[in-house]
Design a protein around this ligand. Structure first.
Ligand SMILES: Nc1ncnc2c1ncn2[C@@H]1O[C@H](COP(=O)(O)OP(=O)(O)O)[C@@H](O)[C@H]1O
Ligand SMILES: [Mg+2]
Length: 482
C-alpha cells in the first residue's frame, strides 16, 4: 500500500481529498490523489488505516484505523456522490410537489390541504442534516453525556473531534461484534439474557428520562464488547419533550386501566384531528380494541409495539394525523422489542415501561403533593393532580388545533411517499383520459369500419365514452382521496 500518497492541503485535508474522489467505493483514498503532494498524508493522521471497510454504512463506509497516540478508532467516510444524488432527487421531488400543489389548489376541501413543497423543504433539511457528519458526532456526544447513566453497564463510542468534519466522522473503536451473534456470545462465555436485560432498561431511560432516544436500535447498531452492550450509529435520533412523555404515559396507563375517555382524549391530543374525526366512533373503536387486546390477565402477553401500532391505526382510521416524532418512537420501539425478543425472550417491554411509568406517576405526585402541602401551589394543579392526562390534554389541545402546517413538518416520509404515489397515479389516469379523448376525436374524422348508426367509427365512439368515464372517475377519486 502506498502510504505516502498525499491528501489535499485545504483547511480540512482529509475531508476535501475524500469528497473530491469520484468513487462509488471509496476504495483507496490514497490512489485517487497520487499527485496532490502538498496536503496531509494519511500517514500524518494515522498510524494505521485499514482500507477494507468494517461495514458498509448507508451513506459511506466505516474504516478501522489507529491514531498516532495508539487510540483505535473508526472513521466513517461519506461517499462523495451521495450528497449530489440526494440534491438531484430533491430537485425532482420539488418539481413534483409543485405540480401536486397546483392540483390540490383547485380542490375546495381546503381543510385538509397539504403544502407539499414545504414538506419537501423540511425533508430536505432533515436529509442535509443526515449528510452532515458533524450532527451525528454531536448526537453521539450528547448520547454519551446524557443517555449513558452507568458506563460499566452499557456505553457508546467517544467522538474524536480532530478527525471529524462534515464528510468524515471519527470515533473510538468498539472492540466487539454485533449483538445479533448470540451463539458467539455464548461461546465467549457470556449470558445473552444478562447482556440483553441492560438494553431495555437503558432504552427506557432514553425515552422517559432524557427524551432523546436511538431512533434506529436494530441489532446492527448494538454491539457487544467484552460482555457489555455498546450503542453505535447515531445518525437518527428521536427527540420528545416532557409533555410528549406525559402523553405516552397517559396513553399506556389508560390502556391498562381500560380508561376509554382518557385513551381517546390522549389520542386526540397527540395528533391533529380533522373535521371528519368523530369522537363517538373513535370511542366505539377504542372499546373494540380493548376487547381485543386488554382482556389479558398477564401483561407479559402483550407487545408494546403491537399496542402502539394499534393506536396508530386507530388514529389513522379516524383522520387524526400523528406527529412524525410519535411515528418514529413507535418504529423505534418495535425495533428494540425485536432485539430484546432475540436476546431474552423472557423480558417484556410493556411490563417494564408500565412499571417505570407507575414509578414516574408516583414521583410526580409526591413532588406536587410536597409543593401543595407546603402551600406552594405554583403549578395550580392541586385539584387536577390525579388527572395528569387531562391536564396535558388541556394544555396541548389549543396548540394542536389549527396547526396543520406545523404537523406537516413532522409528517413521516412514508406518508409523503404514499401521498405522492397516490397523486402520481391520479395524474397518470388524467393524462391517459386526455390522450384517449384526443385520439378518439382524431379517429372520429376517419372512415374506419365498423361504424355506429350515425356514421361514426365505432372505435372512436367507444374511446370517447371510455375517456369521459375515466375522467369523471379520476376527478371523483382525487376529491375523495384528499
Ligand atoms: N465505533 C465503532 N466500532 C466498531 N465498529 C463500528 C463502529 N462504528 C461503526 N462500526 C461498524 O461499521 C458499521 C456501519 O456503521 P454505522 O455507524 O452503523 O453506519 P450506518 O449509519 O450506515 O448504519 C457498523 O455496523 C459496524 O459494524
Ligand atoms: Mg448502522
Amino acid at each position: 500500500m502506498n502510504r505516502n500518497t498525499v491528501l489535499s492541503k485545504c483547511s480540512t485535508p482529509l475531508e476535501s481529498s475524500i469528497t473530491d474522489i469520484d468513487n462509488r467505493t471509496v476504495k483507496m483514498i490514497k490512489f485517487h490523489h497520487p499527485k496532490r503532494e502538498t496536503g496531509k498524508k494519511i500517514d500524518e493522521l494515522y498510524q494505521e488505516f485499514r482500507d477494507k471497510p468494517l461495514g458498509s454504512a448507508s451513506i459511506g463506509q466505516a474504516h478501522y484505523a489507529v491514531l498516532k497516540d495508539g487510540t483505535k478508532v473508526v472513521t466513517k467516510v461519506q461517499r462523495p456522490l451521495i450528497a449530489d444524488m440526494m440534491r438531484k432527487d430533491f430537485v425532482l421531488l420539488k418539481k413534483l410537489g409543485r405540480v401536486i400543489n397546483t392540483i390540490s389548489d383547485t380542490d375546495d376541501d381546503s381543510e385538509q390541504m397539504i403544502d407539499l413543497v414545504s414538506v419537501i423543504d423540511e425533508l430536505e433539511k432533515v436529509t442535509n442534516e443526515e449528510l452532515d457528519f458533524r450532527i451525528e458526532a454531536e448526537n453521539t456526544r450528547f448520547f454519551k453525556e446524557n443517555c449513558i447513566a452507568d458506563e460499566e453497564k452499557i456505553t457508546c463510542p467517544s467522538v474524536i473531534d480532530e478527525l471529524t468534519t462534515e464528510r468524515i466522522f471519527t470515533m473510538t473503536f468498539v472492540d466487539g461484534y454485533s449483538i445479533a451473534k448470540k451463539e458467539r456470545l455464548m461461546d465467549d462465555g457470556y449470558d445473552p439474557e444478562e447482556i440483553g436485560a441492560v438494553i431495555p432498561d437503558n432504552y427506557l431511560h432514553q425515552v422517559l428520562d432524557v427524551g432523546t432516544f436511538h431512533a434506529d436500535p436494530h441489532q446492527g447498531n448494538l454491539m457487544v464488547s467484552h460482555g457489555k452492550p455498546v450503542w453505535i450509529d447515531f445518525g437518527m435520533i428521536g427527540r420528545i419533550t416532557e409533555a410528549d412523555v406525559n402523553m405516552l404515559q397517559a396513553l399506556i396507563l389508560s390502556l391498562i386501566d381500560r380508561d376509554l375517555d382518557t385513551l381517546v382524549n390522549t389520542i386526540m391530543s397527540i395528533g391533529a384531528t380533522s373535521p371528519k374525526t368523530d369522537r363517538n366512533k373513535l370511542l366505539e373503536d377504542a372499546d373494540m380494541m380493548f376487547d381485543k387486546y386488554m382482556n389479558v390477565t398477564n401483561l407479559q402477553e402483550l407487545d408494546l409495539s403491537t399496542l402502539l401500532e394499534e393506536v396508530t391505526s386507530l388514529a389513522d382510521k379516524h383522520h387524526i394525523s400523528l406527529p412524525g416524532k410519535y411515528t418514529m418512537l413507535v418504529r423505534s420501539i418495535a425495533t428494540i422489542e425485536g432485539v430484546i425478543e432475540q436476546l431474552c425472550p423472557e423480558l417484556n417491554l410493556f411490563q417494564m415501561i408500565t412499571d417505570k411509568l407507575m414509578e414516574r406517576v408516583k414521583k410526580n405526585l409526591d413532588v406536587k403533593q410536597e409543593l401543595i402541602s407546603a402551600g406552594k401551589d405554583v403549578l395550580g394543579v392541586s385539584k387536577k393532580v390525579a388527572k395528569m392526562p387531562e391536564l396535558a390534554y388541556d394544555a396541548l389541545n389549543g396548540m394542536v388545533k389549527g396547526r396543520m402546517k406545523m404537523n406537516l413538518e413532522l409528517i413521516s416520509y412514508d406518508e409523503i411517499l404514499n401521498k405522492v404515489n397516490e397523486t402520481t397515479r391520479n395524474v397518470i389516469l388524467a393524462l391517459f383520459a386526455c390522450v384517449l379523448f384526443i385520439g378518439s376525436c382524431v379517429l372520429s374524422s376517419t372512415d374506419l369500419k365498423p361504424q355506429t348508426p350515425d356514421g361514426q367509427p365505432l372505435i372512436a365512439a367507444v374511446g370517447m365514452v371510455f375517456s369521459i368515464a375515466l375522467a369523471i372517475y379520476t376527478v371523483r377519486r382525487m376529491s375523495k382521496k384528499k
